[in-house]
Design a protein around this ligand. Structure first.
Ligand code: SF4
Length: 211
């Protein structure tokens, strides 16, 4: 089950969920209402809290603890700019954004400034790591030079992070873009022992909302 919250504190240039970020939309739901909906999928035991940025959603900690009490496995997909503050989850999938995510400085000047000031929060990431959460990193890669930038960021965290916990995802919302980046990116994954994060939903359905 994917629960997508609407609203984000970043504005990535290549964001593929603008309805949860650049132009947020959606309906309001109570926690009880969300849980009742989750329960209708009786065979689903895994819940992913995603966004937008789920960590800025009101009462996200309450939702997570209620789901956990019901026995669900919880993954949180976050850009890792907000500290956990005791949220419960089994896996935090942290996706800090690289320079390639910055919105155009002429068209989106104020947002570019905010985005650049927010996207990389090493202290916040250390808090997630040091509090014993199960974790992985996922970086969106546009060009070969991004790998060096990503490696510098990981190193600056000064924690022992195995390469097997780092997933690299080719940026792109078409099969062609994913394939052309995937060809060199998968070689880099093999070289360094990173995991290649395929965009299966794009391959199967195209860039279609709800998939
Ligand atoms: S963090 Fe995610 S939801 Fe927010 S702007 Fe970037 S890609 Fe979009």
């Amino acid at each position: 089950m994917f629960i997508r919250t609407s609203g984000c504190n970043l504005r990535c240039s290549w964001c593929d969920t603008p309805y949860a970020s650049w132009e947020p939309e959606g309906d309001r739901h109570t926690i009880d209402g969300i849980i009742a909906r989750v329960k209708t999928y009786s065979s689903a035991k895994h819940v992913v809290l995603t966004g937008g940025e789920p960590m800025i959603a009101k009462d996200i900690r309450l939702l997570a603890s209620d789901l956990k009490a019901l026995g669900y496995h919880i993954t949180i997909e976050t850009a890792a700019t907000i500290a956990p503050e005791a949220i419960v989850c089994d896996l935090v999938s942290m996706s800090p954004k690289l320079l390639n995510s910055a919105p155009d400085s002429i068209k989106f000047g104020p947002w570019r400034k905010k985005h650049e000031a927010t996207r990389w929060q090493p202290e916040v990431i250390r808090t997630w790591l040091d509090n014993g959460y199960g974790y992985q990193f996922k970086f969106v890669i546009s060009q070969p030079g991004d790998i060096e930038e990503m490696q510098g960021m990981v190193k600056s965290l000064q924690r022992d992070i195995p390469n097997s916990k780092i997933l690299l995802m080719p940026e792109g919302i078409t099969q062609e873009a994913i394939k052309s980046r995937g060809l060199w990116l998968s070689e880099q994954c093999k070289k360094f022992g990173y995991r290649y994060a395929n965009r299966l939903h794009i391959e199967l359905y195209g860039n279609k909302r709800g998939t």
